[in-house]
Design a protein around this ligand. Sequence first.
Ligand SMILES: NC(=O)CCC(=O)C(=O)O
Length: 261
Amino acid sequence: MEKLRIAIIQMDIAFGHVKANRRHADQLIREAAAKGTDLVVLPELWTTAYDLTRIHDLADDSGEQTKEQMSQLASSLNINILAGSVAYKQDGKVYNTTLLFDRNGNQTASYSKLHLFRLMEEEQYLHAGTAEGQIQIEGVPCATIICYDLRFPELTRKLALAGAKILFVPAEWPHPRLHHWRTLQVARAIENQMFVVSCNRVGRAGDTEFFGHSMVVDPWGEVLFEAGEEEGIFHVKIDLDLVDSVRKRIPIFEDRRTDMY
Ligand SMILES: NC(=O)CCC(=O)C(=O)O
């Protein structure tokens, strides 16, 4: 596949209202699919938002509800779904976990956020994952990280070295760090010569305002798409051949000095 149609679901998330958020996501995914897309992407913690003091009660046990809902949507709508992330309970521990579903409704991958964000007290309530997020979508090697993971260039480099052509970033990234959000995505795209596709939420939780600005950056660092601060479904088509042509033009992966660093 050379071209991939992606629908970014930049949604608001009701604080702690899992049922309402599931209904809302369901409707948005159906709308996205009706316009034609290969892949739908949701934001971080889209079922609960950062309702961390209640996260043990709200978390999805072994991801069962998410798996049932997303698998049914993916197969009936014939789309891939990168289901943002959800609070995922396993052996009494809660993780911030992304799940990927293919067109047949099979769950093909999962990834739990490696870096917990202390500014939003994640480390007090959540457990960090222990494996990177290498994934395949329609046979294309890709990768996913989650939000704060974007600040750790070594992780994305490792994923690029493993062959990823697209980096997905489900997020709940708030004001006042829009400048960091934009700059880090462009940097990850340029330094790894890969697409970066992000899906950030909008709306408020208390004093925290989430700005959206979901983005698609190409492997040359050009911003192909940047959303505003409103809820919406954004359709972007990317040409995957660009990854190889940029990597040929400036062969940074061949020029790395692995003897030095
Ligand atoms: N949900 C998050 O990980 C937020 C990360 C963030 O806001 C940052 O500045 O980093």
